[in-house]
Design a binder for this molecule. Sequence first.
Ligand code: ASP
Length: 332
Amino acid sequence: MSHRRPALKRLVAGLAGAAAVLSAAPAFAQDYPTRAISITVPFAAGGPTDTVARTVADAMAKAMPGANFVVENAAGAGGTIGVGKVARAKPDGYSLLVFHIGMATQPSLYRKLQYKPLEDFEFIGMINEVPMTIMVKNDLPAKNMAELVPYLKANASKVTLANAGIGAASHLCGLMFQAAISQELVTVPYKGTAPAMADLMGGQVDLLCDQTTNTTPQIKGGKVKAIAITSPKRIPSLPDVPTMIEQGYKDFDISIWHGMYAPKGTPKAVIDKLVAGLQQALKDENLNKRFADLGATTVSTDRATPEALRKHLASEIDRWRPVIQKAGVYAD
Ligand code: ASP
């Protein structure tokens, strides 16, 4: 009989432990958050993803009294370093990620991706959609596609196209652009499009395709020349810039979407709080004005949900896989 006692003890201790965990979970969620919540942006500070994350963080702090958000930039390798960092973070609700369409394109672009976008995250919700602009440095002698394409073909070996690394939105747009004009260009990777934009303004690179959340002020201020909008319709914040479709590139349609994620295993009660905070934030007047001024469209509340983000991500992975396979671009 004596051998049963330790087993019984272990069972009782185990049950007590389980009960403690069960009762701790709701108490933890009730108190959440008790310290600053980190939002990782996988690109350099001052760029478009950073702008979206900081705008959302401000509005969520207002929507969740007592909550405090800190945006952290973990840039490099087309965003994969920052995304990997959040995938491996403790799933306690204090490590979040704001990322764009790259979440859907990376699985097709990287042979050895250290995480699985659909499996290694909890989904909070979609944030917004943002068109891109194709731009050239001011002294490049072209102001539209009809003038730009012959110039690029004649100068292909010396023209440089900036991007934020393989898997970045700027990389994806650059791939589509080179395919559309049937001309390969020399690409220059940066840790984000904030430094790429600085070099475009300084004339160190010739071409860049980037979200309007980064490009609107520079285009309006005459610091770079906009050649085209990448989404099917012109946008109110840049009404004079024609679309690629208008300029004869009929399948050119790329718009960037952003979502918010947490590491897999983050308690549901915590995710629920964050979803409520995000949904409230997306109704914020300042957020909406800022996004509209920068050409971004805030998603409706029914898309700012875990299910909508997961579904969108899955469909975008399927949408981009054949495009990337056709382009034949891979990274290790
Ligand atoms: N939006 C950029 C890109 O993906 C990166 C950034 O936010 O800096 O190209």
